[in-house]
Design a binder for this molecule. Structure first.
Ligand SMILES: NC(=O)c1ccc[n+]([C@@H]2O[C@H](COP(=O)([O-])OP(=O)(O)OC[C@H]3O[C@@H](n4cnc5c(N)ncnc54)[C@H](OP(=O)(O)O)[C@@H]3O)[C@@H](O)[C@H]2O)c1
Length: 254
């Protein structure tokens, strides 16, 4: 007897939760007391989202949040050093208690951009610091955020990366920063692959060279750099763009 003919295998169905309107979305932005994080918070709030503005110096966060509230945004400062697991845990508990949801996570906090360092001589404590902030900071927060996003089968995770982290980018400066952003890109791809079909989209975004404290003078306006991050944080479920690396909404090489 011939074996039964198997049913044709179907591709797994994308599982979309109802896409919440912006006014129902809760967004968390790390490193948001200044620079790109502050502007991303402003733009997300202007789109109607409730924004948790993460700052490792709460007083600086409160000041920034107050200014955004004055402009009409629903913005609350939260204590968040991305290298402190205790801060992440306390924040996750507060989000569960006060909001019951988290729809958007922008892993923006970043540091250790130093043009004078070289790979042959950089202090490894410095490299460790870069990895702890730029890679593990995003990792810690994502692990805390994903259970909330799974509840509604909806989530947007944006890892603010850099063209400096592209594996074929030229340059011998900023080795700690470059390696940490390359690792963040790798993490982005892995997480996106794992979460495919869950309704949670994960992408890396390079804001370009932006005139912040980190970028220094000469870069482009902060609002322009932030726009590509906000785009990735607001991607529609249809099309399910995930696992990509973008600048100004266009894919760039890893
Ligand atoms: N500017 C550019 O040209 C450029 C280009 C490519 C990528 N990026 C990326 O864009 C992101 C934002 O950069 P930016 O230009 O806005 O830099 P920035 O003006 O120097 O701001 C960095 C922010 O990250 C925060 N931060 C640093 N370490 C932190 C930690 N451990 N926990 C929590 N917050 C921390 C800072 O907080 P404090 O105020 O407490 O220090 C500050 O709010 C970074 O990931 C950066 O790598 C920037």
């Amino acid at each position: 007897m011939s074996p039964p003919v198997p049913f044709p295998r179907r591709a797994p169905r994308e599982r979309f939760g109802t896409e919440p309107p912006p006014s129902q979305r809760v967004a968390l932005v790390s490193g948001a007391n200044r620079g790109l994080g502050l502007e991303v918070s402003r733009q997300l709030a202007a789109a109607g989202m409730t924004v948790l503005l993460g700052a490792r110096q709460l007083a600086a966060g409160e000041k920034a949040a107050k200014a955004l509230r004055r402009a009409g945004g629903d913005v609350t400062a939260v204590q968040l050093d991305v290298t402190a697991q205790a801060d992440v845990d306390a924040l996750a508990e507060r989000i569960g208690r006060d909001y019951g949801r988290l729809d958007v996570l922008v892993n923006n906090a970043g540091a250790y951009f130093n043009l004078d360092e070289r790979a042959s001589s950089v202090d490894l404590a410095y490299v460790r610091g870069a990895l702890d902030t730029n890679l593990l900071g995003a990792w810690r927060l994502s692990e805390a955020a994903i259970p909330f996003m799974r509840r509604h089968a909806y989530g947007r995770i944006v890892n603010v990366s850099s063209g400096c982290g592209a594996i074929d980018s030229e340059g011998e400066d900023c080795p700690a920063y470059r390696v940490s952003k390359a690792a963040l890109n790798s993490y982005t791809r892995m997480l996106a692959a794992e979460l495919k079909g869950s309704g949670i989209l994960v992408n890396a975004v390079c804001p370009g060279w932006v005139a912040t404290d980190m970028g220094g003078p000469g870069g482009r306006p902060v609002a322009d750099g932030a726009a590509g991050i906000v785009w990735a944080a607001s991607l529609p479920s249809q099309g399910a763009i995930t696992g990509g690396f973008f600048r100004d909404r266009a894919p760039i090489a890893w």
